[in-house]
Design a protein around this ligand. Structure first.
Ligand code: SF4
Ligand code: SF4
Length: 295
């Protein structure tokens, strides 16, 4: 059912991973071959497609910006918190598979089983990918820490000490959208992870300047498709309200999927101009904010 390689890919991976393309190739093989990248229900669709990978220097000055309360939170830490000898941060975005996105029909009020299952079970597989990166770092003689699996990790009121999305922005993975997700070359419907390492790896140049460069609403004043799709008006003209969003999951979605324990909405990540790639802009305009502030 899962092909010939129903085992860890890392053990048989014979290459050295240096720049973001190498890591992308490695994770692409991983999501294609690893049997855990499948939904447990129905036709056991793949959960994720080929990831987008970025690499930041641990010394990038933007990491210091994340501890400003108006950016993430004063308790946000820098890479050297996890590892004093940190040199690089590897960040990845894993897009949900074509099959899961195709199951998300536009007119339905509830998300499909494939989506809610992919969100929960996908989070488990994101940890598999994080650990796969760690193992390949170690295979190359380096050391690594996975912030989100470290005992020192914590978050309060949706404000984490390590924000995967912000780290992804710094590492060249993508920019933010009005819906608060990261827009990447593989769209915005997906999950993220990162690993801090003492290996000195080539940085992925950022193909953007402003924090919202890829979002049509934030950079050109048109679209707002994500806000219009939200069934509980959690997204206004400026930002997403995480409290309203979470209440929708608990009140409307969890009861419908009680037997499975699933609860995640994804209306604002599917059937949008940014669901499968960077939306086409009329002109190349940067949404640059000199203070790196997010709305
Ligand atoms: S749907 Fe439109 S407004 Fe919303 S994040 Fe995507 S590009 Fe921006
Ligand atoms: S996940 Fe659903 S409830 Fe939350 S902001 Fe997006 S569309 Fe609205």
């Amino acid at each position: 059912m899962f092909g010939k390689k129903a085992a860890y890919v890392t053990a048989g991976y014979g290459q050295t991973a240096r720049d973001h393309r190498d890591w992308q190739e490695y994770l692409t093989e991983f999501v294609r071959e690893d049997p855990r990248n499948h939904l447990p229900e129905g036709d056991c669709f793949p959960i994720f497609g080929p990831p987008v990978v970025g690499i930041a220097s641990a010394d990038d000055p933007l990491f210091a910006e994340l501890s400003r309360p108006e950016v993430v939170a004063s308790h946000h830490v820098r890479p050297d918190f996890w590892m004093p000898e940190a040199r690089s941060v590897i960040s990845f975005f894993a897009p949900f598979s074509r099959e899961i996105k195709a199951a998300y029909k536009k007119g339905e009020r509830l998300p499909p089983l494939e989506w809610v299952s992919g969100r929960l079970n996908g989070e488990v597989f994101i940890n598999v990918l994080r650990r796969a990166i760690l193992r390949l770092v170690e295979k190359q003689g380096g050391q690594a820490v996975i912030p989100n699996l470290d005992l020192r990790y914590w978050a309060e009121n949706w404000l984490p000490i390590w924000s995967e999305r912000h780290v992804g922005f710094i590492a060249g993975v993508g920019t933010f959208g009005l819906h608060a997700g990261l827009l990447t070359e593989k769209g915005a419907a997906g999950r993220m992870g990162s690993v801090v390492t003492n290996l000195s790896l080539p940085v992925r140049p950022r193909d953007y300047e402003g924090v919202y460069d890829y979002c049509l609403w934030k950079s050109e004043g048109r679209c707002r498709a994500c806000a219009k799709r939200c069934p509980v008006e959690a997204i206004d003209h400026e930002r997403k309200d995480h409290t309203i969003c979470a209440a929708n999951g608990a009140k409307h979605i969890h009861p419908a999927y009680l037997a499975w324990g699933y609860h995640a909405c994804g209306h604002c990540q599917n059937n949008l101009p940014c669901s499968n790639g960077i939306p086409k802009k009329r002109k190349r305009v940067s949404s640059q904010r000199p203070d790196f502030r997010l709305d």
